[in-house]
Ligand binder design. Structure first.
Ligand SMILES: [Zn+2]
Length: 264
């Protein structure tokens, strides 16, 4: 009798776990024998091919770069550094449009937030308006505080060479964050997101760039990437970055990348 109750309890627990984790739940080959009967339950759950539910309950922090008014006050570049940097740089401005970077980054971030929330991700934005005063260190601390699983920082680039165009993804260097796992996860996310963004936008590939000088990276305790979505100093990129449909493409690329990141 006691054995029976144990068996019932174990079975119910397994069913409960399946209910909780379905439809993402699946068994590995080695567990097949043990869960042979329960496999039928798995087959009854809706098909997950193409399903974005991998994002469900994932805590994702989005940091739309910059703000209406920059802040030149200094803050330490990393927790153990004497070096300092301005709290928030003013950001770039469209060479033709005149539209500031902080407007474009928030527009893309809002679109990304919409896509992620549709799939039940928990999205926290470091800012929702332009009239804030949040330093790059404070933005990193938001990601840490909420126990974020990843921080996506959205920026646009600028160069003295007005012909320069394309997308790059910045990631923290192993040395600067002194945490190989965090560095590896950030690199993995960066590579996947860059690939997905390039696929959807056809932008020039400027690759992955390791940075050890960004306070927004060095203070982060969660995987973090910064996507440079294009060059506001280039007339063509400026036009694209100001278009609703291109902003959506960028958001969709990042979103696809996050799905791939969490799936693997
Ligand atoms: Zn920027």
């Amino acid at each position: 009798m006691r054995r029976f109750f144990t068996a019932v309890t174990v079975t119910m627990t397994i069913f409960l776990l399946i209910t909780i984790f379905a439809p993402d739940f699946s068994f590995s080959e080695s567990e097949n024998e043990l869960f042979k009967n329960l496999d039928k339950v798995k087959l009854q759950t809706p098909p997950t091919a193409g399903d974005r539910s991998v994002l469900k309950d994932k805590i994702i922090c989005i940091d739309p770069g910059h703000q209406r008014v920059g802040n030149k006050e200094q803050e330490p570049i990393s927790p153990n550094s004497q070096n300092t940097k301005p709290k928030v740089a003013p950001g770039a401005k469209g060479v033709v449009s005149g539209v500031p970077e902080y407007v474009i980054t928030l527009n893309i971030a809002e679109k990304l937030k919409g896509l992620l929330k549709d799939k039940k991700a928990v999205v926290v934005m470091t800012r929702k308006t332009h009239d804030v005063n949040i330093s790059n260190v404070e933005r990193a601390l938001v990601g840490n505080m909420i126990g974020g699983e990843i921080m996506v920082r959205i920026h646009a680039d600028s160069s003295l060479d007005s012909l320069k165009r394309g997308v790059s993804v910045l990631i923290p260097s192993k040395k600067s964050i002194n945490n190989p796992i965090l560095a590896a996860k950030s690199r993995k996310a960066g590579e996947i997101i860059l690939k997905e963004v390039l696929e959807i936008t056809n932008a020039d590939d400027l690759g992955i760039v390791e940075r050890d000088d960004l306070s927004g990276f060095n203070w982060s305790k969660i995987p973090v990437v910064l996507i440079e979505t294009g060059f506001l100093s280039n007339p063509k990129d400026d036009k694209l970055l100001n278009s609703n449909s291109y902003q959506y493409k960028l958001a969709k690329g990042i979103y696809n990348g996050l799905i791939e990141y969490f799936r693997n």
